[in-house]
Ligand binder design. Sequence first.
Ligand code: SF4
Length: 357
Amino acid sequence: MAVLEKKDTAALKEILPQVTVPIVADVHFHFQRALEAIDAGVHKIRLNPGNINDREQVIKVIDACRERSLPIRVGVNEGSIVERKDKQKRMKELGGVFGENKYGHMLAIMITKLEEYLDIFYERNFYDICISAKSIDPMVVVAAYAEISKRFDHPLHLGVTHAGPKETGTIRSIAPLSHLLLSGIGDTIRISYANDPIYEVQDGLELLYCLQLRERKGAELIACPTCGRIQVDLFKMVQDVRKKLDAQITLPIKVAVMGCVVNGPGEAEGADVAIFAGDRRGIIYVQGEKVANIPEEEILDRLLLECRQFEDKVKRGEAKLGEKKVDILPPDPLGELGSGWEKIRLQKLGIGLTVIQ
Ligand code: SF4
């Protein structure tokens, strides 16, 4: 939470008793906000060396955090750190070290700033520190965190700052964060979009789930991208299924929504509950066993019913997640999924339209 003014730290006293997650007070310019936030019971303080750099003020925050056993994150965002004359010499030295690096100048500024700032903490024997070094440039983020992880023995908070709209910010954030996390660098993450922060949390969690860095909560949905074989309104179906799964399922059931039976069985291997659509119909499978063949308008409700029933079975110990009982067999091509499948069969025989492989 950004705490700019006194009313923000006053609000913390009301907010903190109502939440179950740790709250970090993000403090800029006014060190008093940090002291007030600590007093309000916040769980961590973030300081920006770019705008809270008075030694005595920083010491006051360090001492207050020590008293409450609170960690401090030192965040050297690219946009807010300023070159200072007295650090030019060190920067020149580091500039030599990073001479080969395309982002050497920025790395030198960040490392210099961190060294200078963290010295104040070390002098006070305060080591409960987390570091972040965000940039708007994903490649600077990769280079900066790789370098910082070599030089400082503190947890790292990763992020691409001001990543832009969600539409492009997703790739901009996920690409460097995936690389770093898979290299073993990073302890916490923030995805930042110019959008509702709920998407930041959703996408951040999905990233951690995908990289198997966090145990999935709720259903995992896989869905086909559609192609010329599609004969149902799959995009709408997928969105409807996703919303209902989020609301109704708590276990990490794997659910597959596939547009047809040509590639569907293979693509849905390993799904606990799967649907393969045909010509305005769908067949539902639970761990490989066919349980229903229904018209399109009934798919959503029935699929959700099967997911809920399957989840109940898992909770009762009667089924196991990810356990495939039988291989999924493609449905009978002679009409089980309606005329669409029949059309494909005829196409394969060279009768009618071109087959898309
Ligand atoms: S082949 Fe079937 S499952 Fe695969 S993308 Fe096309 S419609 Fe979807």
